[in-house]
Design a protein around this ligand. Structure first.
Ligand code: ZN
Length: 247
């Protein structure tokens, strides 16, 4: 769970592919797709594997490349673009155009990077669940009973080793770990605020995303609605806003 400052940083972290729009227009023309090329918005996205996605929305086309392609040569990106465009515009992509991407995807080096990324879902160091003032494991059990009918399986839980500026808490589905910002393990912080942050992260356990890491999670409307079931939602939010401003 992020502070407002943290949310802004995450938005900036979306990485546009340099020259991505022009690249897609080029490939669009090469494939002989019909009509005027649309506006392309192309970004790298932290998928957990070599995924490519494309969506058409009125006059614009949104493309996401796995960020594993960040250091890939231009020919590989062109191949990926050709694959996607041929799918959407029902054009046959010339083999020579697509091949660099396919061989890149098949290469041992790429596979190695994917499996390293997956197995590299290492737990962040924590100081364990029992802080000086709040015991997160005990808190987890109480919240689990109260809001989840005791149905959530307990993940690894701990306090961050250092204070964070941009997050109150985080759940990383890879290692299945909830961490709370140790800054909140403080007598000046009302327990309800800590409970609320833990509750928020527990909702991520309940609604897992496939992505690893905890910097780019999204919240569905369902998630947001469930979040408001927290008994002292408004009060907790206000406390957190104050804490964030004081950071
Ligand atoms: Zn969240």
């Amino acid at each position: 769970m992020k502070t407002a400052r943290g949310r802004a940083a995450t938005r900036r972290a979306r990485l546009l592919v340099p020259g991505g729009g022009a690249l897609f227009q080029r490939v669009f023309t090469r494939l002989g797709c019909d009509g005027r090329p649309p506006r392309f918005r192309v970004e790298f996205y932290p998928y957990a594997s070599l995924v490519l996605t494309i969506r058409r929305r009125e006059d614009a086309v949104y493309v996401r490349f796995s960020d594993l392609l960040q250091r890939a040569p231009l020919a590989v990106l062109e191949g990926a673009a050709a694959l996607l465009l041929s799918r959407v515009y029902r054009r046959k992509a010339p083999r020579a155009l697509v091949e660099p991407y396919l061989s890149y995807a098949r290469s041992d080096r790429t596979r190695g990077r994917i499996s390293r990324m997956r197995s590299g879902r290492v737990r962040l160091a924590s100081t364990g669940p029992r802080g000086r003032h709040f015991d997160l494991e005990q808190m987890f059990e109480q919240l689990n009973e109260k809001y989840f009918a005791g149905s959530l399986r307990r993940p690894h839980i701990g306090w961050s080793v250092r204070s964070w500026r941009r997050q109150f808490g985080c759940y990383d589905p890879g290692p299945n770990q909830i961490l709370l910002n140790r800054r909140m393990d403080h007598p000046g912080v009302p327990q309800v605020a800590v409970e609320y942050v833990l509750y928020h992260e527990m909702l991520h356990v309940k609604h897992p995303t496939r992505r690893s890491g905890c910097s780019l999670v999204s919240h569905s409307s369902e998630f947001r609605a469930e979040e408001k079931r927290f008994a002292e939602f408004e009060r907790a939010r206000k406390i957190l806003d104050r804490l964030a401003a004081a950071a």
